[in-house]
Design a protein around this ligand. Structure first.
Ligand code: GLY
Length: 392
């Protein structure tokens, strides 16, 4: 897609959202020229960010002008390379590809790091995006190696991949909803290698999650702690939500995305049903703001004086575009378009005066830890760019 049609698409989001307005306010009226300029400035700052193997940009505290930079072992490390690959696909500008080729290898060593389930995020968001652009055996090898590593964290008794190794005094075997996202690495590795082991483990993990992670109303818990001796559920709890019974917004996004993606590889109707049910919860909850960008937790008692989480919105928009593809349910398409229109209204785009390699503002990383509240965060941009590509 050339630049002109790309920005025409953006303008289209705003118009479409206005046209299919159903209880969600249309965004403030900006001219398409203003939005075009804003995004061009932001994309250029992503391109110009200096290459450094130990400094993947993760988030930013605007007040202090402090960019949080992380090494490859951080769960967010693969997103920046992924953003550059996606910007290349969106704009056709080969400068993004050149930068992506420099950043991607920094994630390679994570394909053998067994310390957390995040190998999926770290490896696949960089190498999976690289593979969409270039059919290189090197990229495939890293993905297969990462899948092999992720499988070492699977326990047959529990029927799930262990998420975290910390807090051993609190949890015996924690599995978080975010972990659904790592299954894409396994499904793809089976396709690339012909080895069904990775897919079998992904299916077992998805089935265990389906059984235990959801509530009656189809919202999901953040953390399920299992007894590894019996495989029984010990506790349904949270780390990043307001409390155990609250509804952490990004977790709902991971659930819808994760089960839609699992349906892509398996065609299991139970996965599609859960994705639709959780999407329905998200889209219709009384605490969802009119512009479709959720508060960080749907049950924060401080609502409406609470922080938003743009990353939850971008994960959901990207998931809903894929869900629409399988169901042809126009509600998913319209809702994703409404989110994208709100994000394109200017209000959520990072101030062009701020020199940082981020596109969107107003995400919330970890509210209980008072960490990354109402800030630009790298994964919000990743799923935003993915949603733009999927809409196309
Ligand atoms: N652990 C991934 C997240 O914060 O959503």
């Amino acid at each position: 897609m050339n630049k002109v049609s790309f920005f025409a698409l953006i303008l289209g989001f705003a118009l479409l959202a206005t046209a299919c307005k159903s209880g969600i306010n249309s965004p403030p009226q900006n001219t398409s020229k203003t939005i075009e300029n804003l995004l061009e400035i932001r994309y250029k700052m992503v391109l110009d960010y200096p290459v450094d193997s130990m400094s993947m940009p993760r988030s930013m505290t605007i007040k202090t002008n402090d960019i949080k930079k992380v090494p490859s072992r951080d769960w967010t490390s693969g997103f920046f390379a992924g953003n550059l690959w996606q910007l290349y696909r969106l704009t056709g500008n080969t400068e993004y590809k050149k930068q992506a080729e420099k950043w991607t290898p920094f994630s390679k060593k994570e394909s053998v790091n067994r310390n957390s389930h995040d190998v999926g995020f770290k490896v696949y968001c960089a190498y999976g995006e690289a593979l969409k652009v270039e059919n290189k055996q090197e990229y495939k090898n890293v993905i297969i190696k990462g899948a092999e590593t992720l499988c070492t964290r699977f326990d047959a008794k529990v029927g799930a991949i262990r998420s975290w190794d910390f807090n051993k005094e609190i949890w015996d075997y924690p599995v978080i909803i975010d972990n659904m996202m790592n299954l894409e690495l396994l499904f793809e590795a089976s396709k690339l290698s012909g080895n069904k082991k990775y897919q079998d483990i992904a299916i077992k993990h998805a089935n265990t999650t389906l059984k235990n992670q959801f509530r009656q109303d189809n919202s999901c818990y953040h953390v399920i702690d299992y007894d590894p001796n019996s495989g029984a559920v010990r506790k349904k709890t949270t780390l990043q939500g307001y409390n155990d019974d609250s509804v952490w917004a990004r977790g709902q996004g991971w659930a819808v995305y994760g089960f839609t993606m699992s349906y892509r590889y398996t065609k299991d109707p139970a996965y599609l049903k859960q994705a639709e049910a959780t999407a329905q919860f998200f889209m219709t909850d009384k605490n969802l703001p009119e512009d479709g960008i959720p508060y960080w937790d749907f049950r924060d008692p401080a609502i409406p004086n609470s922080a938003r989480d743009v990353s939850a919105a971008t994960v959901m928009a990207s998931a809903l575009y894929e869900l629409y593809g399988y169901t042809k349910n126009n509600r998913y398409l319209a809702f994703a378009d409404q989110i994208m229109a709100s994000l394109h209204s200017g209000k959520y785009i990072l101030d062009p005066k701020i020199n940082a390699p981020f596109i969107l503002d107003h995400s919330t990383g970890n509210w209980p830890k008072h960490d990354e509240i109402d800030e630009p965060i790298i994964y919000a941009d990743y799923y935003f760019l993915e949603a733009l590509l999927r809409r196309k």
